[in-house]
Design a protein around this ligand. Structure first.
Ligand SMILES: C[S@@+](CC[C@H](N)C(=O)[O-])C[C@H]1O[C@@H](n2cnc3c(N)ncnc32)[C@H](O)[C@@H]1O
Ligand SMILES: Nc1nc2[nH]cc(C(=O)O)c2c(=O)[nH]1
Ligand code: SF4
Ligand SMILES: [Mg+2]
Length: 229
């Protein structure tokens, strides 16, 4: 069983597979608490009931797509995700895992999409002292990220940039992960088109200068910031 906040058919809105029809499985629960989390119903206030792995495989079959995105919350937190991923791959699906990359699991997927969390994503220490400390302690286990990358067919590193002060940390992480520039995606923090358009004015040129790839959040442009899209 896996606690699930939502499943839905949509198009991948971010990164390498942008535009690809996909079935999304969103686990509930997260070991971090980014202040900007766009799915608080899977992190800060986790919702949803346990669903059997067989029922999830069945839901994927009914969706009639080849691509599955396992996201959350943090999909590597429940160990049952390893089995679900294996079951789906045995059936020939392409699996993307959207993860913050902080949990060490022996899991194989087709595209490991790691979104490392900067110090600026830590929640406010006064309002959330416990989660602020845990976020800081957990967010950057570089060796775990290396291992997740090694285990998967392909990978992308997708940074959420809130402001220019994130640039130095981004560069330091790219260096430590030792990934080529074309695996690095730079995505603006934002949950509406105005945020995205504003960020693009300063973030897109910087991204291009560095040789990285710019990651718009197309689902917001296609559907708005709505659940189940
Ligand atoms: C909700 S997270 C779930 C997977 C995993 N916990 C993670 O953070 O990678 C899915 C994706 O949304 C990104 N994200 C969450 N809130 C965001 C925001 N306000 N602006 C931009 N990206 C955001 C995350 O960085 C991640 O790439
Ligand atoms: N359309 C769409 N594309 C996405 N790519 C990553 C998502 C996520 O929340 O992990 C996501 C999502 O929630 N919707
Ligand atoms: S790690 Fe992902 S799911 Fe967890 S709080 Fe941060 S953005 Fe939300
Ligand atoms: Mg999302």
């Amino acid at each position: 069983m896996l606690r699930i906040s939502e499943t839905f058919a949509s198009r991948q809105g971010e990164g390498l597979l942008t535009g690809t029809d996909s079935f999304f499985i969103r686990t509930s629960g997260c070991n971090l608490r980014c202040w900007f989390c766009d799915t608080p119903y899977a992190s800060w206030r986790p919702e949803g009931d346990p669903v059997s792995l067989d029922a999830l495989v069945q839901a994927v079959a009914e969706a009639d797509v080849r691509h599955v995105v396992l996201t959350g919350g943090e999909p590597l937190l429940p160990k049952e995700s390893v089995r679900l991923c294996a079951m789906l791959r045995e059936r020939g699906y392409h699996i993307t895992i959207e993860t913050a990359g902080t949990i060490d699991r022996d899991i194989a997927c087709d595209l490991m999409s790691i979104s490392p969390k900067f110090r600026t994503s830590t929640p406010d220490a006064k309002a959330h002292p416990r989660w602020s400390a845990l976020h800081e302690q957990r967010r950057m286990p570089i060796e775990t990220m290396h291992k997740l990358i090694r285990q998967s067919g392909d990978h992308q590193i997708k940074f959420v940039v809130d402001n220019k002060s994130d640039f130095d940390e981004l560069q330091a992480i790219v260096e430590q992960l030792d990934v080529p520039a074309d695996k690095v995606w730079v995505m603006p923090q934002g949950i509406n088109e105005d945020d995205l358009d504003q960020a693009a004015t300063w973030l897109r040129p910087w991204t291009t200068e560095q040789g990285y790839r710019y990651c718009d959040r197309m689902q917001i442009r296609w559907y708005g910031n709505r659940r189940g899209t």
